[in-house]
Design a protein around this ligand. Structure first.
Ligand code: BGC
Length: 333
C-alpha cells in the first residue's frame, strides 16, 4: 500500500469512528429525549380531579386553572379543565354530570344557582364524589367546602369606594354578568346596601351582560343613549368594566364618567392607567384554583377542612399600580 493510500485508509477509519460516535450519541439523545414522555403516560397520579368553569376561555378562569394546575403538579394530581366554551348553564350542568359519571375523585366548580346546581351537587356528593365550590357558592347544597371571594362583601366594598370617589354624588348604572347567578346577585346586593344611606347616589338602571364583553358594551351604549344623567358605572364581572370602558372612551370621553370594574385582567389595568376605569375590585383567582386542589386532597385524606374560605378582596385604583417598568409581572393573579 502506498503512503497515500495508508493515509486515505486511516482517514476513512477515523471518519467512520467519528460518524459512528455521532450517531450513537444522537441516537441515545433521541431515545432519552423520547423516554420522559413515554414515562409520563405511565406515571401514576394520586388523584384525578376536574375543574369546571363557567366559561372555558375566559381570561379570569384561565387564572383559576393556572393555580389549580400548579397545585396539581405540586401534589401529583391529574387535573382536567373542562366546561362550556361560552357561558351556558345547560352545558355546565352536563359537564358536572359527565365528570361524576366517569367517577373522578373530586369536582371543583361554581354553585351558580340554587335551583339548578344544588340538586345536582347533592346527587354527586351522595354518590361519594366530593364537590368544592370555587368562586361562587351554592351555600345551601351539600358541597364539602367553598373557596372564593365573599361576593356580598366585595359588592359592599365597591359601593363604599364609589361613595368615597364621587363624594357621595352619582347617578349609577350597573351592568351585571347575570340577574340569576348567586355571585352576581350578591355583588349587586352588597353594592345597593352600601349606597342605600346616601341621599345623592341613585341607581338609575341595571342591565345584564351574560358575562360577555360585547354585550356589556352594547348595554353600556344603550344606557348612555337612554340615560344621559348617568355619570357612573359599576360592572360586576371580569369583562363588564372593559365593555363599559370601550363605550365611555368612544362616546363620552370628554365627560367625567366614573367606572368601577371587577378583577384585574390586563385590559382593565390598562384602562385604569389611562384613567378611563377609576377603580376595580380585586379577586384572587390563582389562589382559588391552587387552594381548591389542596383542600380536595385534604378532604379525601380525611383531614378537617373549613367549610368556607374567603380569599382576599380589595379595591385597586391607579395609584396602587406598580410603575410601568414592572408591568410584565402583572396578570399572574
Ligand atoms: C367572576 C367569574 C365570572 C367572570 C366572568 C368574574 O368576576 O368571578 O365567576 O365567570 O367574572 O368574566
Amino acid at each position: 500500500m502506498s503512503k497515500l493510500s495508508i493515509t486515505a485508509y486511516t482517514f476513512g477509519v477515523l471518519f467512520f469512528i467519528v460518524s459512528c460516535s455521532f450517531s450513537i450519541f444522537y441516537g441515545i439523545k433521541v431515545v432519552t429525549h423520547d423516554l420522559p414522555s413515554e414515562k409520563k403516560t405511565q406515571e401514576k397520579y394520586n388523584y384525578h380531579f376536574v375543574l369546571i368553569p363557567e366559561e372555558l376561555d375566559n381570561e379570569y378562569w384561565r387564572l383559576v386553572e393556572k393555580g389549580a394546575k400548579a397545585a396539581a403538579e405540586d401534589y401529583g394530581v391529574m387535573l382536567e379543565y373542562v366546561g362550556p366554551k361560552q357561558a351556558n348553564i345547560e352545558d355546565h350542568l352536563k359537564t358536572i354530570e359527565m365528570s361524576a359519571a366517569s367517577k373522578v375523585d373530586g369536582i371543583m366548580t361554581q354553585g351558580l344557582s340554587d335551583e339548578q346546581f344544588t340538586p345536582l351537587i347533592n346527587r354527586v356528593v351522595e354518590k361519594g364524589i366530593p364537590v368544592i365550590t370555587v368562586d361562587t357558592d351554592a351555600a345551601n347544597s351539600n358541597r364539602k367546602a367553598y373557596i372564593g371571594t365573599d361576593n356580598y362583601y366585595s359588592g359592599y366594598l365597591a359601593g363604599k369606594a364609589l361613595i368615597a370617589d364621587t363624594k357621595g354624588r352619582a347617578n349609577v348604572a350597573i351592568i351585571t354578568g347575570s340577574f340569576y347567578k348567586n355571585h352576581q346577585i350578591k355583588r349587586v346586593q352588597g353594592f345597593q346596601d352600601a349606597v342605600k344611606p346616601e341621599e345623592n347616589i341613585h341607581i338609575i338602571d341595571i342591565q345584564e351582560s351574560e358575562i360577555s364583553r360585547v354585550q356589556a358594551a352594547e348595554k353600556a351604549y344603550q344606557i348612555v343613549q337612554e340615560h344621559p344623567e348617568v355619570n357612573a358605572f359599576y360592572g360586576t364581572s371580569a369583562l363588564d368594566g372593559i365593555g363599559i370602558a370601550q363605550v365611555v372612551k368612544k362616546y363620552r370621553k370628554n365627560e367625567q364618567i366614573y367606572i368601577m370594574g371587577f378583577d384585574t385582567l390586563p385590559e382593565t389595568l390598562n384602562y385604569i392607567r389611562e384613567g378611563i376605569i377609576n377603580a376595580t375590585v380585586v379577586q384572587e383567582p390563582f389562589e382559588m384554583g391552587y387552594e381548591s386542589v389542596k383542600m380536595m386532597i385534604d378532604l379525601i385524606e380525611g383531614k378537617k377542612v373549613p367549610s368556607v374560605i374567603h380569599t382576599n378582596t380589595k379595591i385597586l385604583r391607579a395609584g396602587d399600580l406598580p410603575p410601568a417598568s414592572r408591568k410584565r409581572m402583572e396578570g399572574n393573579h
